[in-house]
Design a protein around this ligand. Structure first.
Ligand code: NAP
Ligand code: ZN
Ligand code: ZN
Length: 352
């Protein structure tokens, strides 16, 4: 066991503060990573503030962060994929049983015995897992990803959650050239969704509540932008979408978007508001539309997404912040005021 520097919250209402946490010494299958950048996901905020108390109550102190890139500083004796000095990345998962049908299918995110990167029982040290708001992490090599060398590291970190969470459902639902695709909510996930839909050749439409994001949406790759609070703009697109990805972090009217779908169209929820969204079933019956959800993506697909990003030079648009600005960053996240992901420069933790 060794001590690592980190930032944690001690209750749902307390601000982040500097602390130290215990990390395990690398076992034969483990990779130890010096964390260089960690993205700030809205899930970090939901968890830190215990907004998902019904499903995943927060255990304090809580160290969030699951968009991790860094450099390998140590490898266990049985590690084959990494060597000291390599770039490496860790996303939302750090373990699974590797034997169940979901794991066998490369869908570790649905394994009944998986472990999330933070706030999950830690089978090595007891207590809960601690995430990437820290200077290092130790992870089984199966859950460590390779980072294409051409990608900017601060912008690559958010690919580990925002990237895979938007890439995976687009592949599952067959987003390709010629399809009309909607992205709801231009935040961390949404802006990655726009980049992927555009790169896959789809006609991409952004639905936003923020008029000030219109120009950015077009710059990020959208073909059209719709202000979702403007009924006239919304009506123009009724019944026309093949696929819509909803990445909104708060309760909102999902039926307005279901009605945008054409026959057999699908809307997939990746946003995770803390309260249920009422669905008007008739919207689904007419035109045989479907409403579904999606959770991050498996390890193999995450590597595929990173390689796709390497090939197309895709990274997140980030505002790089020192860890000392994390409380301010959370306040801005709540106000939908992030352009379009905060990425923490972990060098800032050295001065703590
Ligand atoms: N399914 C998964 O595996 C998975 C993975 C990661 C995150 N998530 C969840 O996905 C959600 C989005 O995460 P994120 O990091 O992208 O968050 P984010 O950066 O805060 O973006 C959310 C966006 O939703 C829109 N929005 C916010 N409040 C709204 C409201 N009341 N009504 C309508 N639109 C609103 C805003 O976009 P506009 O300003 O454009 O309207 C905002 O920028 C979170 O709930 C997070 O927990 C799920
Ligand atoms: Zn996330
Ligand atoms: Zn499994």
């Amino acid at each position: 066991m060794y001590k690592a520097k980190a930032y944690s919250v001690s209750s749902a209402t307390s601000p982040f503060a500097s602390t130290t946490i215990a990390r395990r010494d690398a076992t034969p299958k483990d990779v130890q990573i010096e964390i260089l950048f960690c993205g700030v996901c809205h899930s970090d905020l939901h968890q830190a503030r215990n907004e998902w108390s019904g499903l995943m109550p927060t255990v304090y102190p809580c160290v969030p962060g699951h968009e991790i890139v860094g450099r390998v500083t140590k490898v266990g004796s049985a590690v084959t994929k990494f060597k000291v000095g390599d770039l490496a990345a860790v996303g939302c998962m750090v373990d699974s049983d590797r034997t169940c049908p979901e794991c066998q299918a490369g869908l570790e995110q649905f394994c009944p015995n998986f472990a999330l990167t933070y706030n999950f029982p830690d089978k090595h040290l007891g207590g809960v897992t601690y995430g990437g708001y820290s200077d290092s992490i130790v992870v089984d090599e199966h859950f460590v990803l390779r980072v294409p060398a051409n990608l900017d590291l601060a912008g690559a970190a958010p690919l580990l959650c925002a990237g895979i969470t938007t890439y995976s459902p687009m592949h599952h639902w067959g987003v390709t050239k010629g399809k009309k695709v909607g992205i709801v909510g231009l935040g961390g996930l949404g802006h990655m969704g726009v980049k992927f839909a555009h790169a896959l050749g789809a006609h991409t439409v952004v639905f936003t509540t923020s008029p000030s994001k219109k120009d950015d949406a077009l710059r990020l790759g959208a073909d059209e932008v719709v202000l979702s609070k403007n009924a006239d703009e919304m009506n123009k697109h009724a019944g026309s979408f093949d696929f819509i990805l909803d990445a909104v972090a708060a309760p909102h009217d999902i039926n307005a978007f279901i009605n945008m779908l054409r026959r057999d169209g699908n809307i997939t929820m990746v946003g995770a508001p803390e309260t249920p969204l009422p669905v008007a079933v008739f919207g689904l019956l007419f035109r045989r539309r479907s409403f579904s959800g999606s959770l991050i993506g498996g390890i193999a697909e995450t590597q595929e997404m990173l390689d796709f990003c390497g090939k197309h030079n895709i990274t997140a648009d980030v505002e790089v912040i020192p860890i000392q600005k994390i409380n301010e960053a959370y306040e801005r996240l709540v106000k939908s005021d992030v352009k379009y992901r905060f990425s923490i420069d972990m060098a800032s933790l050295k001065s703590e």
